[in-house]
Design a binder for this molecule. Sequence first.
Ligand code: ATP
Length: 709
Amino acid sequence: MNVINAKWKPVPIDRKLFAEGLIGIEECTEYGQNEFNKKGSVETNLTVVDNGTVLKKKRKTEIQNQPKKKQKIQENDFRPSQNGNTSEIEETSVSSETKQCNLDAWSSFGFPSTILRAIGELGFSEPTAIQKLTLPPAILGRKDIVGAAETGSGKTLAFGLPILMGILRLKENQTESSLVKDDISDESDIEDSINETDLDLKKTVNLKPLYALILTPTRELAMQIKNHITAIAKYTGINVVVVVGGMAAVKQERILSKGPEIVVATPGRLWELIQQGNLHLSQIDNIRFLAIDETDRMLEKGHFQELNDLLERINLDKDKLKLRQNFVFSATLTLVHDLPNYLKNKGQIKSKKIANMTPEQKLKKIVDALGLNDPKIVDISEGKGTSETLTESRITCRIDEKDLYLFYFIKRHPGRTLVFCNSIGCVKRLTALLTLLNCHPLPLHASMQQRQRLKNIERFSSIENSILIATDVAARGLDIPQIDHVLHYQTPRTSENYVHRSGRTARASREGISVVFIEPTEIRRYIKLCRTLGKAEDMPIFPVQENILNAVKKMINLARELDKLQLQVKKANTEMGWLQKAADDMDVIVDDFSRKYDTKETQRYKKLLDFKKKQLASLLSMPIIPKGFSGKHPLYSSALGSFNEAKNNENALDLVKGAAPKNSQEKHKNRRLFKPKNREKQTGHPISYKLTNTKKGVEKNKKNRKNKR
Ligand SMILES: Nc1ncnc2c1ncn2[C@@H]1O[C@H](COP(=O)(O)OP(=O)(O)OP(=O)(O)O)[C@@H](O)[C@H]1O
């Protein structure tokens, strides 16, 4: 245990314990792992108990012959041992391969070479901010962690790495104790006759332990986390599997029968398998690590009843609960909402239920719900959750103009684009419309088959300039490389959704842009969103070139007409199919009638459809700029032609950045939607919380935070 040269704080204890030889209990407040590397001294008689407190006895020794760090070892040395254990020498060595990426910044956490090698291969030269702050208390202090940091900031590894480290440690201990057991049984004189009870016992004993459970709200996120942790666990011999709805039950039984150490799951399917008595999952009460990603969403009332059932079950045995290390993460963990005006105006609010929650109260609720014990809380989300590298913008228009602006954006600013809608119906309609306009969109929503969902995500990730039209199933956690634009076709219903949707771009220090489409009835929602996120100013208006917009109107109108016609043809076909089926059922021939029906209705629609399709195809291939237009505009200097010409493409991000001052200060002064209130200034430093129930305590915390700022 590398808790060395750290800073310690005395913990008050019962004086009676001193009589038993204990000289005191101190809590580790700063882990000082770098010091360890420099000096190589270690407290030998340290016992770390699960809440991160360290019981300290008198003796202190120097590590003898501490080897110089980072000695080179050969490729073969990295082969994981059967149970993923690592040797002493591995703990302080880095492979030749990982040397390509300098891993000095990781060396202080005590990772074995098996993990360092994988980190090196992924090219992660240093931990991200949230990782730097959470890895020491999680790995060295074994604390429960509550972490809030902006989207795309590397939260997965902030819990994934301590879980892997913890499992390696437990396995190492197990091997040691089983070696001792083997010695004892060799010496003893055991009879060969094994009765039935022994066999049953053996079966149980041979069951590979389930060490960790990671829960996520969506299937896609579960898959992604599984892949991410598998990549890091590559050389450790630790197996990670995924348990989600929509997958064949036989397949899930098969993968679980191999006894994986880590299960990543959505609560519904997991609970179903537990109820069905899956053998591996029957060990769920004994898990040593529990991570809940997107926790605020997971604990939302009425969303995941199965999660409540599960927590109730695994929190039942208090001794086991004490052994478990918990991780709670989200970008919006401490995001709190202002009260709606109609409630504020009512004077003093008495009901606790509707009173404005403070971040502390929100956290306290989560901590209590999960049964966490004195967790380490790290919040660097600055109360907003979006990344610094995200550029935000808005398009304000009439509801019937949204399609027009969407098509304009997609064609004028090619790039990998994720379009969010608030309903499945909207996703379906936009997919049909943009397909007619040759944009090849890919849909994603909860009523699609799981296989198709994953296929569409894969295609979206691999095709350049692809377009994914999704509901909020794609809002949280998905880490698709290089999404250039996130378009909120409908203003999100909650600020959390806005943060998570927007967070699909501008990840891991890359830049990205998000544009909210706002029609008049959505303005209130937009203002609330800006307030909750503590915005200092209105979002800049996304610059649009009106003449091009007018030119594409015809295309959109035609596509809409076509869409309607297609629906009518489909409806007629369905009715025909119904008629035919009814006739078949009754054993009646309805030849003449059906033919007439077909000729009259469907044929007319089909002809019209063909005609309009040709019309649209010709429109799409023609130049969009009216004759005589010079193309000279302060913001748009490129010569214009048809949408298909690459020279007309413009980088949306550069455009907003270049146009922002102009927008906010001059041109759109009178069209401002949001006026900020005087808000507390954000600092960029982690906020510290003291979870307390009392009103006085909450006030005190508020004061402390203000002073810090
Ligand atoms: N130390 C690191 N250095 C560089 N990249 C990293 C590091 N750790 C993680 N990443 C990468 O950063 C990206 C975002 O990580 P991750 O998905 O864990 O973010 P997140 O904070 O969970 O985001 P969200 O809140 O949207 O779920 C991933 O592509 C991941 O591979």
